[in-house]
Design a protein around this ligand. Structure first.
Ligand SMILES: *Cc1c(COP(=O)(O)O)cnc(C)c1O
Length: 484
């Protein structure tokens, strides 16, 4: 177990010297005497170097993209250029305040306006709001918009949303939260929506259909136009979960093939490092007939410049976040799009697809792959062969991968593939790093045969060995408690 920063503490040691200043207003007057501490808080007394070494040492125990490949399917853990990080910290952006008058924010508003336009172009949607701050919140806003559309038409009997069994878990959760009933659609044997079953599920009470595309098996749902036709015939709307846009940029415009609403995850595809729960940005794009229901304000432009547009106020679903949403993430996405340009974005998607297919082909002789046709930006293999032959689970394989310096793929998801391992190499990996990853996976396949007992013990070389996940959730054991 590593030391806590408190264990480095030496009485009197300091990292910084603060200037001595008399307060103009005594603290007692400012906050009231009863708010002040009776005794000084116990803080670690450490030098700057102590602090640096402590955190660098901790960071090395962690996994991050700069350390090694991060093949976490559905999450797009790609490398994001450091240039964007330095630009977004520029005082021009960092010193703005959301309460400033829009006359003094013209540059920022122009940036947001253009980002709205660019995302609308990428998605083929009429308009895009940047307000939601997570993929799941984008879904919430999008499904609220569907509800508002039906409500405005007086169609309050439309209470059901159909979702395939391969959906991301947030999809049914979102529909429940908005108040819809979820109807599950089984996938057909080739891993896509079963159109005939779908026809049987649709009726006058259907409000919408929510689809992840490419789906969580890494397959493109190729029957969108037919699905949209079935839905639109009963005035139901089609939602696309576009969290993983890495395979579609410059290739498919969802708004042009029958989708009515979609969300993006800027923190997956558009250059925001993520993980650890945020912050994020989940813009939502809609077709023309749904524009009146978008959250307010939108960023708009007239002859005198850019402004916050509240003209939808009456029909809008309202605000879903304070101010402008997560501005710094929007700035990164803007830079990413402008740096790459239209052709660059297309190449990102082409390379993401190429890399996933390349890796899938390398691993196919060693791991079972249920849907082994051409995949999109990710693919799903599984550990059923190892389970059957050596009694080794996907969890064992994933843990062993940690020993080899990699993050594990997404495992046991999608739920419809037993012992699933969902791999997304992303376009930022070179052929060498994919070869090295494949070599590690192949070595593990060999170890499964030669030293199966060792696999059950893995990981052997990590700072923390295999944890009891269930116990960790139930028995919270804080490493240390700060004493007053
Ligand atoms: C990541 C993801 C989400 C949720 O996004 P959050 O920002 O984590 O809320 C939704 N759908 C799909 C397909 C995803 O991959």
């Amino acid at each position: 177990m590593s030391k806590t920063i408190f264990e480095y503490s030496t009485r009197g040691r300091m990292g910084v010297t603060l200037p001595k200043r008399e307060l103009e207003i005594p603290l007692e007057d400012m906050f009231g005497a009863e708010q002040l501490r009776a005794n000084p808080i116990r803080l670690p007394e450490v030098s700057e170097l102590d602090v640096m070494r402590h955190y660098i040492m901790l960071s090395h125990k962690n996994h991050f993209i700069e350390k090694g490949l991060y093949p976490l399917g559905s999450c797009t853990m790609k490398y994001n250029p450091k240039l964007h990080e330095s630009l977004v910290r520029h005082t021009c952006f960092a010193n703005l305040h959301p309460y400033q008058h829009e006359d003094t924010l013209q540059g920022a508003l122009e940036l947001l306006y253009e980002l709205q336009q660019d995302l609308a172009e990428i998605s083929g949607m009429a308009q895009v709001t940047l307000q939601p701050v997570a993929g799941a919140q984008g879904e919430f806003a999008g499904i609220k918009i569907i509800a508002a559309y039906h409500h405005a038409k007086g169609n309050n009997h439309k209470t059901k949303i159909i979702i395939p069994d391969s959906a991301h878990g947030t999809n049914p959760a979102t529909c429940h939260l908005v108040g819809f009933e979820v109807v599950e659609l089984k996938s057909n044997p080739d891993g896509r929506c079963d159109i005939n079953t779908l026809r049987g599920l649709v009726d006058e009470n259907t409000a919408g259909f929510m689809l992840t595309n490419p789906n969580t098996l890494g397959l493109f749902e190729n029957q969108i136009e037919e699905i949209a036709e079935i839905m639109h015939s009963v005035d139901a709307l089609v939602y696309m979960d576009g969290a993983n846009l890495n395979a579609l940029m410059g290739i498919v415009q969802p708004g042009k093939i029958g989708f009515d609403v979609m969300h993006f995850n800027l923190h997956k595809t558009f250059s925001t490092p993520h993980g650890g729960g945020g912050p994020g940005c989940g813009p939502v794009g809609v077709v023309e007939k749904l524009v009146p229901y978008l959250p307010v304000p939108m960023i708009a432009k007239n002859d005198s410049g850019y402004y916050l547009d509240y003209s939808n106020q009456v029909t809008s679903i309202g605000k879903v976040h304070t101010y402008y949403g997560n501005f710094a993430i929007q700035v990164r996405a803007y830079i990413y799009i402008k740096m790459l340009g239209a052709l660059g974005l297309r190449r990102v998607s082409e390379n993401a697809i190429l890399n996933a297919n390349y890796l899938m082909k390398l691993l196919k002789p060693y791991y079972h792959i249920q849907h082994e046709e051409y995949c999109m930006h990710e693919f799903v293999m599984d550990g059923t062969k190892q389970k059957k032959e050596q009694g080794i689970s996907t969890l064992d394989i994933a843990k062993r991968l940690l020993d080899k310096g990699y993050h594990a793929p997404t495992i046991y998801f999608p739920l419809i593939i037993p012992e699933a391992m969902m791999v997304e190499p992303t376009e930022t990996e070179s052929i060498d790093s994919m070869n090295a990853f494949a070599e590690a996976m192949i070595e593990i396949a060999r170890e499964c045969k030669d030293t199966p007992d060792m696999l059950h013990e893995a990981p052997l070389c990590t700072p923390v060995r295999r944890v009891d996940d269930v116990r960790a959730v139930k028995v919270l054991d804080p490493i240390f408690q700060i004493q007053d």
